[in-house]
Design a protein around this ligand. Structure first.
Ligand SMILES: Nc1ncnc2c1ncn2[C@@H]1O[C@H](COP(=O)(O)OP(=O)(O)OP(=O)(O)O)[C@@H](O)[C@H]1O
Length: 302
């Protein structure tokens, strides 16, 4: 019925906010079950989960799979994690769209100095905290949500340092209202991410879009294979794909089977609504841009 992505800097009050929202939803007598998905659901230690890129990617993959399994008409899923990378939030948005449910982002907007202080206090209180090096790295790489992005919208912003986190706060109550409101097709104030299948022409454009996606991702894979051949197995730094497109940055040599697997996953994530919903707005350039961002994230150093 809904997917809520909680995001924010490390130690910014995300879990507290997720719990507050869950409680407020239950108190609103929502019919659906509320489920929180986070690292602790999988008994994952935060320092191990963010120790290096492979561990972090693994964590994101575990959480994404659990979201994929959990989203349905019958529940409200809250993903309580850093969710700090915009491309990853886009992937979660795609899962919500694939399931045909509503979606929103709950952002804990806290200055990093306060997060650092709260993290230090955890240590002083003998609680598990982020190691300093990991904390600073996560702070540096945080990509703040922007409400004009589809995958960051609607955006509910909490200011935990200024206002605290209360289940009766306006922001939490606004989120509850958005998540539980009956859909009014006229006012369109609640967005359900799956319009009905309408016309033949829509289906035709879906097919075109899938074709573009397939072709564009294929071209990117070919460009990587060619560049890797020239780099003799070394890392790829700044391989250009064309004007206004991001460059390819891959830290190690990757075989064709792995590239094909990533391509399939990407197409599934972006194109999975093709049979039941609208196509992603994919011209060739945006398909390439999204795929390169995805690959740089999965295979790169950043
Ligand atoms: N408004 C606040 N004022 C003071 N301390 C706070 C506030 N909100 C949260 N904290 C403290 O910050 C710490 C982190 O809270 P919480 O676990 O909710 O954050 P988090 O963002 O989920 O952390 P993590 O990144 O580890 O998942 C807790 O120790 C809590 O006491």
């Amino acid at each position: 019925m809904a997917l809520v992505v909680v995001c924010g800097q490390p130690c910014s009050g995300k879990s507290t906010a997720a719990l507050c929202l869950a409680e407020a939803l239950k108190e609103s007598n929502v019919k659906q079950a509320v489920k929180i998905i986070n690292e602790t659901s999988f008994h994952l230690d935060r320092n191990q989960s963010y120790a290096d890129m492979p561990a972090e990617k693994n964590l994101r993959g575990v959480l994404r799979s659990e979201v994929d399994r959990s989203v349905s008409e019958d529940n409200i899923v809250i993903v309580d994690s850093l969710n700090s990378i915009k491309g990853y939030r886009y992937e979660l948005w795609c899962l919500a769209r694939g399931a045909g449910i509503r979606y929103c982002v709950l952002y804990c907007d806290v200055e990093e100095t306060h997060c650092r202080k709260w993290n230090d206090e955890r240590r002083e209180n003998g609680e598990a905290n982020y190691d300093d090096k990991i904390f600073e790295d996560l702070v540096r790489r945080f990509e703040r949500p922007i409400s004009r992005n589809r995958w960051d919208s609607p955006l509910f912003e909490l200011l935990p340092h200024k206002d605290g986190i209360e289940k009766s706060s306006t922001v939490i109550l606004d989120a509850v209202s958005y998540l539980t409101k009956e859909v009014d097709s006229k006012s369109r104030d609640v967005k359900i991410l799956q319009p009905t299948i309408a016309t033949r022409s829509t289906r035709l454009s879906e097919a075109n879009s899938l074709y573009e996606l397939d072709k564009a991702t294929h071209e990117v894979v070919n460009a990587i294979v060619e560049a890797q051949g020239q780099a003799m197995g070394g890392p790829l730094n700044g391989v250009p794909l064309g004007q206004d497109l991001p460059t390819i940055n891959i830290s190690k040599s990757v075989g064709l089977p792995e590239l094909r697997r990533l391509r399939r996953t990407f197409i599934k994530l972006t194109g999975q609504t093709s049979l039941s919903g609208p196509p992603p707005p994919c011209d060739a350039a945006s398909a390439k841009r999204m795929f390169v961002d995805y690959l740089n994230r999965e295979l790169g150093t950043a």
